[in-house]
Every structure is written in structure tokens, then in C-alpha cells.
Design a protein around this ligand. Structure first.
Ligand code: CIR
Length: 263
């Protein structure tokens, strides 16, 4: 069973936007109250973009009382035939993972994290032979080490990062769209952090939100409205699709947050 790491992106596990979306956690961007209807429209456009690239989109219903439940990336990390189910790092979100675990138990061995360890899947990026794992306000040392141990057992290396305090997750400031390539935001990660990568595409800090991408070989999805980032992607040989993400940005969420790829 292939996982996120092989970039097949055959199936995406997603969840409908919560009707309580206006109460979603927002610790960083937060310039205005988020709008439920607009977020629903954005999510539809996002699903259409995934489908246009060949992904089957599976959408679970929203969970009452969990305004952030559409950010399924945080609720599971797929490593080969295992699904590591974390304890989410924000108390208002812990619990979202339970029905995800039920769903995934059909196809994956479920590995639960011990009490006291926390991790959001948004702190995990797969790069070729290794998992990059961020320690952040959501992912604690125990959570990162637990994930690292699971990845090592499956034969993958792990590189730990300290996620800068002025951003939410590792995926907020970098992604690996194709083998050998990392896209990273200036001002958050340093060249020395990424010396293992064959190619790093640096996105200017004022467009750093566009360092979070989803790609299918040389076809990449980026958020709408980031002209410099778009130019850089084209120059790096990608064809580009954009999705309007401003509603999700208000609550610190990026493109990858809206899915966990499960095959
Ligand atoms: C939160 O603060 O948890 C949500 N409002 C946003 C989560 C974004 N998820 C992600 O980056 N993987």
C-alpha cells in the first residue's frame, strides 16, 4: 500500500468544512473573521483541482464541536502500511483523529501515540528517503521522537527541525513537490537546514504562504494570488494550477492541511 511518501496521491481523505468554521483556531494570520460559506467554496475548488490531477477525493462529514476538523493533514501520518495517529497539539482539536483512525483501520495498521506525546501531521514533510519533522507549538519532543521511531522502523531517516515561533507548522513554510526538490520560505528556514536537498526553490518571505504546495510530478498546485511564487514555479519547470485559499489562510491553514493522502 503506497503512502504519502511516494507522491502517488491516488486518494485524499478530507472532511467537510465545519459549520462552526468561524470559531476555528487562528494564532498567526488572523486579519478578519473567517467565513464559512467562502471556505466551503474554496474547499470545492480545492477538491476540483485534486480531481483534475487524478486524485479520488473521499470526504467525511464535519464533526460537531470541532471547527478545525477539515484540516485532516494533522490527524494522521501515513508511513508505508502504517497510519500513525497523533494526539493533536491544540486541545480544541484533539479528538478529530478518532474517526479518521476508524476509517483508516480498513487499509492500514493503526499506531496510536502514547499519552503526553503530541504531534500535528502538519509538522511532517516527506522528502525522498526521509521524513522532516518539526518541533513546534503543536508537536512536542516526545511526539516528534515517536514519529521518528516509527519512520526509522519502516526504513526511513528522519531530520528534526525547530519550527520558528512565528509560524504554525513545518508545512506552513516548506513542501517537497517532487523528488529532489524542496520549496521553502525565506525568513523561516535557512539554507543550512536544507543542505541535504538537491534543489531548494526559495520563495520570498512576503509570499511565503505559497511555499506550501501539492504536486503531481511537474504539475503543481499553489495558492491563488502569489505572483512571484508562480513565476518561480514556472521557472523551475512546473505547470501551475492555483486555488483561492484566503479564507483558510485566515485560520493559519494551507493547501496540504485539507487532505491526508492515503494511496
Ligand atoms: C489550527 O490552528 O490548528 C488550524 N486553524 C489550522 C491547521 C492547519 N493545518 C496544517 O497546517 N496542517
Amino acid at each position: 500500500m503506497p503512502g504519502t511518501f511516494d507522491r502517488t496521491r491516488g486518494r485524499a481523505l478530507t472532511r467537510a468544512v465545519s459549520p462552526d468554521f468561524s470559531s476555528a483556531v487562528s494564532n498567526f494570520f488572523n486579519t478578519r473573521p473567517p467565513n464559512y460559506e467562502a471556505a466551503k467554496g474554496s474547499q470545492e475548488a480545492y477538491f476540483a483541482a485534486l480531481r483534475a490531477h487524478g486524485t479520488e477525493v473521499i470526504t467525511l462529514p464535519a464533526i460537531p464541536g470541532y471547527p478545525d476538523c477539515s484540516f485532516t493533514e494533522d490527524t494522521a501520518v501515513i508511513i508505508d502500511d502504517k497510519a500513525v495517529i497523533p494526539n493533536l497539539g491544540h486541545p480544541s482539536r484533539d479528538g478529530e483523529q478518532d474517526s479518521i483512525a476508524d476509517f483508516l483501520s480498513e487499509d492500514f495498521e493503526i499506531v496510536r501515540m502514547p499519552k503526553g506525546a503530541t504531534l500535528d501531521g502538519g509538522d511532517v514533510v516527506f522528502y525522498d528517503d526521509r521524513f522532516l519533522v518539526g518541533i513546534s507549538t503543536r508537536t512536542n519532543q516526545r511526539g516528534a521522537v515517536f514519529l521518528a521511531d516509527q519512520a526509522n522502523k519502516s526504513g526511513f531517516d528522519v531530520q528534526l527541525f525547530d519550527v520558528p515561533k512565528n509560524t504554525l507548522h513545518l508545512t506552513t513554510v516548506c513542501s517537497s513537490p517532487r523528488p529532489g526538490t524542496i520549496i521553502a520560505s525565506v525568513g523561516y528556514l535557512k539554507e543550512s537546514d536544507l543542505s541535504f536537498a538537491e534543489e531548494v526553490v526559495w520563495i520570498p518571505e512576503d509570499e511565503g504562504y505559497a511555499s506550501n504546495t501539492i504536486a503531481y510530478r511537474d504539475r503543481i498546485i499553489i495558492p491563488e494570488g502569489y505572483k512571484k511564487a508562480r513565476r518561480l514555479m514556472l521557472d523551475s519547470g512546473f505547470s501551475v494550477t492555483t486555488v483561492e485559499m484566503s479564507e483558510f489562510r485566515e485560520v493559519d491553514a494551507s493547501l496540504t492541511c485539507l487532505s491526508v493522502f492515503i494511496g
